[in-house]
Design a protein around this ligand. Structure first.
Ligand code: GRG
Length: 272
């Protein structure tokens, strides 16, 4: 079997090629806005979420091409959230992936528009792929996961993190801000493959557990969130438990979920 790193590289190339095709060209008017969008989208992201969309689709027996629109939509939403997260009124970060953040490079107003444009473009990319019932299910899953009851709700509560946070608050923030887009990614993969509800539910659970572990590891890395409240050791233990739960959940898929299991292991290998 192809090594995981080589496989991920191949998938990233597939996703980057498709993103490039779905976006307006860099010379499309207004040029500054399109440059800002491309600057943020092509800046070395790991493409973890779109790879998960594709792998969920494959685990359900379908080809990557079936899931490519959903995969690109998820990455557009992820990028949109990062652009907005870096804004002065949110996390106020000057750098993202080692480069000036979108608002530092293009100004705050253009960064807001770039984030908004990517968010709305994501739904357009899915809608243009057609699919009737599948389309409705995909749009409903995505909008639910990122709206006020999902990622945006988590971000709103995270804005108050200067106040004393309780464990329950952290659980809410992590589930909404990070795990919900992971969950939606896996769900979209299943929907793209026309899988039945049982598979969709199993994969969604896997995505949620994986997303929790991912954020816990991120907290460990940044010495923030869980790491600050419950300590580093307990945070790492918690992440490990979520990965075990995630891998357990997809056992019925057997060998078809091989890559998903490898990706789950990779998430907790990130060095704190
Ligand atoms: C506009 C969609 C939208 C949302 C607005 C700002 C906001 C609400 C939400 C921010 C949510 C957020 C930043 C969650 C953090 C998730 C996280 C740990 C991101 C890092 O993911 P990686 O490591 O990033 O996969 P790369 O750089 O690899 O793409």
């Amino acid at each position: 079997m192809e090594r995981l790193e080589a496989y991920l590289k191949k998938r990233r190339a597939l996703i980057d090629g498709a993103l490039n095709r779905f976006l307006p060209g860099p010379k499309a008017r207004p040029v500054t806005l399109h440059r800002a969008i491309r600057y943020s989208l092509f800046s070395g992201g790991k493409r973890l979420r779109p790879i998960l969309v594709i792998e969920a689709c494959r685990a359900c027996g379908s080809r990557p091409e079936e899931a490519i629109r959903a995969a690109c939509a998820v990455e557009m939403i992820h990028t949109s959230s990062l652009i907005h997260d870096d804004l002065p009124s949110m996390d106020n970060d000057d750098y993202r992936r080692g480069r000036p953040s979108c608002h530092r490079k293009f100004g705050e107003a253009t960064a807001i528009l770039a984030g908004d444009a990517l968010l709305i473009m994501a739904f357009g990319v899915i809608a243009e792929g057609g699919g009737d019932r599948r389309l409705r299910r995909a749009i409903s899953a995505l909008s639910g996961s990122i709206g006020s009851l999902g990622m945006m709700g988590g971000q709103e509560e995270d804005l108050r993190k200067g106040r004393s946070l309780k464990k329950g608050d952290l659980q809410f923030i992590t589930e909404k801000k990070t795990a919900s887009l992971f969950e939606a990614s896996l769900r979209l993969g299943a929907i793209s493959a026309r899988a039945g509800r049982d598979k969709e539910i199993i994969l969604s659970d896997f995505g949620r557990f994986l997303g929790m572990a991912f954020q816990l590891m991120d907290d460990l890395f940044d010495n923030d969130g869980y790491a600050r409240i419950i300590g580093r050791e307990e945070t790492q233990d918690k992440a490990l438990k979520f990965i075990r739960k995630a891998k357990d959940r997809i056992r019925p898929f057997r060998n078809k979920a091989r890559r998903l299991k490898e990706i789950a292991d990779l998430v907790i290998k990130k060095k704190p």
